[in-house]
Design a protein around this ligand. Sequence first.
Ligand code: K7E
Ligand code: CUA
Length: 635
Amino acid sequence: MSDQEHEGQGGAANEIGESRRDFLKGGLAVGAGLVTTAALGCRDGTTTASDSAPAAAHAEVSENKTHVPPGKLDDYYGFWSGGQSGEIRILGIPSMRELKRIPVFNRDAATGWGAEDFSKQLLGGRSSGDTHHVHLSYTDGTYDGRYVFVNDKASARLARVRCDTMAVDAIVDIPNSQGTHGIFPQRHKTGLVLCNAEFRTPPNNDGRDMEDPSKYGAMHTAIDGETMEVKWQVLVESNMDLAATDYTGKYSFATCYNSEGGVNLEGMMAADRDHLYVFNLAAIEKAVADGETIQVGDSSVPVVDARGEDGPYVLRVPVPKSPHGVNIDPTGRYAMVCGKLSPTVSVVDIEKLDAAFAGQITPRDTVVAEPEVGLGPLHTCFDGRGNAYTSIFIDSVVTKWNIEKAIQAFNDETINPILQKLDVHYQVGHTNASMSETKDADGKWLIALCKFSKDRFLNVGPLHAENDQLIDISGDVMELVHDGPAYPEPHDAVIVRRDLIHPVKMTPRNGASFEFYERIAAEDGVDMRQENKVVRVGPNKVRVYMVSVAPVFGIPEFKVKTGDEVQLIVTNLDAVEDLSHGICVSKHDVNFLVNPQDTKGMTFTAGSPGVYWYYCPWFCHALHLEMRGRMIVEA
Ligand code: K7E
Ligand code: CUA
């Protein structure tokens, strides 16, 4: 379609846009009811970017609210998961400018992450991951600016990013688990990070019980956020999806959409009710301390067996069919459990959980509200003013509702707790608001991470950008202010006040990566900051230590032999902000970043005899192109 044709249809653009929305809604709603594979996949394939006019209804879009003038800084950091890209991204809010990508479970060519020796060892040879949930460490109910935690659903891992360097310093393999999905750190202090296994497996997954899904279970795993050690696991019978923690350190939560224990779609969706698992952390830790645990697999992690009935460790709060998100409001009182296949959010009163654990009330008695918010509710966030905002996947809206009114409406049908439904574009997954996951929720900005962008951007082929929309929630009415294209597929994001994060400008020479290279250098008796040295450490093994100071490498030329295993370790001595070097060795697949004051290395095999130039790939100086040297490979 030409521009002219677009213009010619300008008057009809909104109508076309609206009818497309209705089409999507209708198809998906029917799908959800009929439980077809297409229900939540929504790849209808009938609408494309080119067959409809731009859908942006400009009248409803306010310009300029997101404008951050050149040279000015954003008010918030946004930490985005990167989904199948395996990374984390940092955006500035409200500009939505992408500031950084932090490689985590992926191989990243720009920085060398995954091939560089420290990261390669952390990743254990794997080069892909699936990050869904990013959460920062807490102290006293708000972000303490120390760490970012992120899950890997693909290989059941948890990674930690240091907020001073914004680089990963630890990755933990979670034993006895598959599909690590929801994670949440405790909020009273940097304590445990709780991780949910979404997939049920035989607890001892070594070939036993493969054909008997009734024996499968899933682990709720506690990892110490300080030491990154796996402390304990609780084995439950059903699956676990999203995770949450309370504000006091007493409970953790997991939604369960497959209480049936099904292994196919029909099986997982058979029951009308599933549940929210509530974990009593003190009771679990007492069982661990008392040795009331079982041995699972070959892991030494103590496992508390809580399969079956409610007991001291786990309570199952019945909620409607296939819940997804669970989010705790900023007062710490309520857990909001989104229905996914039910149009409701179940509000669980956390203050009633003690009585339910004690058997004085039923678990269902802890549900104090269940507002109808729309078709396909997934996640809820908060403005700190008593309102909740729920992402509604099938309807493609964000629904704003009042928590107090929803509680009143539970016993009085004349009360309507729904305040507004705002169209988003399209099929929103997570939504989150500024500081929403803390007691300091400030109700300024909300993001809607839409899974489909359809016609919102230029068509770039079958794989479209996602659409991360920014919404102003500071007033009484939500207002859409920005469309942000995102490379697939950020699932979740948190928005953090900028004064809480304190990144450094030089790499502090401490921590896991530094210690990794220090240990190697100590073996060779080399001071990495002072010495340029080629050390033959074995018959076919060479270490090359060199420093870099713009625009020269400490070693202009070194000799190795064909077939040598060469470990090249570079220390950037420049103490100048933003002055990164790196090293790339021609034809050897060696290319990594070395930030100011950092040390990094990579190991490779020297190729056939010849001269191979190595050079600095990061533009660092007027003589950057001259920053190079020769590796001479002898036969
Ligand atoms: Cu947090 Cu996408 Cu993994 Cu919901 S999940 S959408
Ligand atoms: Cu150093 Cu370019």
